[in-house]
Design a protein. Structure first.
Length: 600
């Protein structure tokens, strides 16, 4: 049973020019004709190469076989070998049939933030490898590449141009009078928003959303936009299929506003989507916006659906991160209460064709706290922060207009976040951790697993001390030999978690009910259980994912289970009726009215 996840219709040249002109008019009305001419030349310069690289339009955007790995280019190290080559070999040897896609976090020359302060956008950091290594990864996996377009490194050539008053970088950054009232600006950090810089013209104050080394780019200058469209097309020519728009929410600045999610920012995303739909259909755009859920899904562009029904397509991102999931799941498993998570899942809107979620529990960043707004009370958030500190984590803060601070993210490895409950550490860490991953894998969307979840990596306190960065706690660099020994040794959490997760992923990728577009609903149950139904599909096939989110055996009272004929996906046999479910255990049960089940 297949589900239609069709690719958006490829815009013709005429359609592309009409839609692009409308967006350019919104962004640069006084220079529309000039910008359109330059955009047309840029598109034509890449048209034939992209047609050769990407070939025929794919039949569908995604399927249940889509499962992605998140990893740094140097997460695996081996003496005298390029880390990207080591990564490729590890994927081939250990994970060939597990992950369809891989997100290699920024692999460019950088100056800070572990890659997210880019010095040169068209080069591979020579410490990692070269473009041949990147293309080799892309030959075997759908490759996700970061486009870090909100800011650039102050060590970049663009910034050197700015300091000297030279083109092209002279107007690439945002100068601001330090007396300007910027109190309404939404901040993801507590560092100063404006950074003083010495230039040939004297001291200037530049906009820096994230740090003094990451200087925001001026997208009000069309040269910047055109430069990044060229960079986007270059990445596609190197084999990228998925483009991640990093920190996109803060892209456009207008003093007197909150400077987040501005209409111009959405227009830029729409233009980038239009470009890839026109030149490389099947390319996926994912926006990284760690904000409350309603703001997050605004990047689908749902309000502009041209028509209702199954053939409707949106014109912004194909995918958004499910940022509410990690902190809410963390609350659920430490409190033993699934009601809030169930209500949130129940609130998720049904998405049109061509839109889906990227589900994850951990990534290279911390666990965002802002998405909890509206779902947990202040005292519940405070309790969670205190508990994570007890388990060895740190709390990063952000600034408000009134000068106060509040938690922005939790910095901790996901494995150590599963150390216990509100009652403290307990012996259930591995089981609780696996339950968290199994639950995420059951949800509607595409799952992405951070390497350090796959390897049950603990808090890297040495990394924090060495780098001075709190996020380093979850960015360990494995020596390959050390990791391989743990994977091959008996009775290590790394081996247990790795084998349990890879086995579960292998089962998941074969089950049609886990197609990203298969419907999802929450089935009423006791608060200690979370029961999710996927489907029914057009042929009536449906799946129940049942989770005991506590450290106690729970009665299995689910009305849907009264129907006979459930198939246990995990055990590969007819499900034998049971009255209870053990601590942190899961069931994946399938009922298909068109397929007679084998005899018990």
């Amino acid at each position: 049973m297949s589900i239609d996840a069709s690719v958006s219709p490829q815009p013709t040249r005429e359609q592309f020019e009409q839609r692009a002109s409308e967006l350019i008019e919104m962004l640069y009305s006084q220079r529309r004709d000039e910008v359109m001419r330059r955009l047309g030349r840029l598109i034509d310069a890449h048209r034939s190469d992209l047609a050769h690289c990407h070939g025929a339009e794919p039949a569908s955007l995604w399927s249940q076989a889509d499962q992605w790995l998140i990893v740094y280019g140097d997460s695996l190290l081996e003496d005298q070998r390029p880390p990207l080559a080591v990564l490729h070999e590890f994927l081939q040897n250990r994970l060939e049939e597990v992950f369809s896609g891989v997100h290699v976090l920024p692999f460019f020359p950088w100056s800070s933030d572990d890659g997210f302060s880019v010095i040169h956008y068209r080069e591979v950091n020579p410490a990692l490898g070269d473009w041949q290594d990147i293309r080799r990864l892309a030959e075997h996996h759908d490759l996700m590449v970061d486009m870090v377009l909100n800011h650039a490194s102050r060590e970049s050539l663009w910034f050197a141009d700015y300091l000297g008053g030279n083109l092209p970088g002279r107007d690439f950054f945002i100068e601001m009078d330090p007396d300007t009232d910027l109190t309404d600006v939404v901040r993801p950090r507590s560092s100063p928003l404006l950074v003083p810089v010495s230039t040939r013209r004297g001291i200037r104050h530049l906009w820096a959303t994230f740090s003094e080394d990451q200087i925001d780019l001026n997208f009000a200058n069309p040269d910047v936009l055109l430069e990044f469209i060229g960079i986007l097309l270059f990445y596609l020519e190197q084999g990228a299929r998925i483009i991640r728009l990093d920190a996109i929410a803060y892209l456009w600045k207008r003093p007197g506003t909150r400077c987040i999610h501005l209409p111009e920012t959405h227009a830029v995303v729409r233009l980038l989507r239009l470009v890839v739909d026109h030149l490389a259909p099947g390319t996926l755009i994912i926006t990284e916006t760690n904000v409350p859920h309603a703001e997050n899904i605004s990047y689908f562009g749902l309000e502009r659906l041209s028509q209702d029904g199954p053939d409707a397509h949106t014109d912004e991102a194909h995918l958004v991160y499910q940022f509410t999931l990690p902190p809410l799941l963390l609350h659920t498993l430490t409190s033993g209460e699934a009601g809030t998570l169930a209500r949130w899942l129940d609130s998720l809107p049904e998405l049109p064709t061509g839109c889906s979620y990227l589900n994850f529990t951990a990534s290279h960043d911390g666990i965002g706290v802002r998405p909890l707004e509206g779902w947990l009370a202040a005292h519940e958030i405070d309790a969670l922060m205190t508990l994570m500190q007890r388990f060895g984590g740190f709390i990063s803060m952000r600034s408000h207009a009134d000068g106060s601070d509040s938690p922005y993210e939790i910095n901790i490895s996901w494995f150590d976040a599963m150390s216990g409950t509100r009652k403290g550490p307990d012996p259930w860490q591995v089981e609780r951790f696996l339950l968290s991953q199994h639950l995420m894998l059951a949800l509607q969307g595409i799952p992405a697993i951070y390497l350090h979840c796959l390897t049950a990596t603990q808090n890297d306190q040495d990394g924090v001390e060495h780098s001075g960065q709190l996020r380093a706690i979850n960015r360990k660099r494995w020596q390959r030999r050390e990791l391989e020994e743990l994977l091959d040794s008996r009775h290590t959490p790394t081996r247990e978690v790795f084998h349990a997760l890879t086995r579960r992923l292998a089962i998941r990728r074969e089950e049609p009910c886990f197609h990203p577009d298969a419907r999802q609903s929450v089935i009423a149950s006791a608060p200690e259980l979370l029961v999710i139904q996927r489907g029914p599909l057009a042929n009536g096939r449906r799946l129940l994912a049942i989770h005991n989110i506590t450290d106690r055996r729970q009665a299995l009272q689910v009305a849907e289970l009264e129907v006979a004929g459930w198939w246990d996906c995990i055990e590969g046999c007819v499900w034998q009726r049971q009255d209870s479910l053990g601590p942190y255990r899961t069931l994946w049960l399938v009922f298909d009215p068109q397929e007679p089940q084998p005899e018990a």
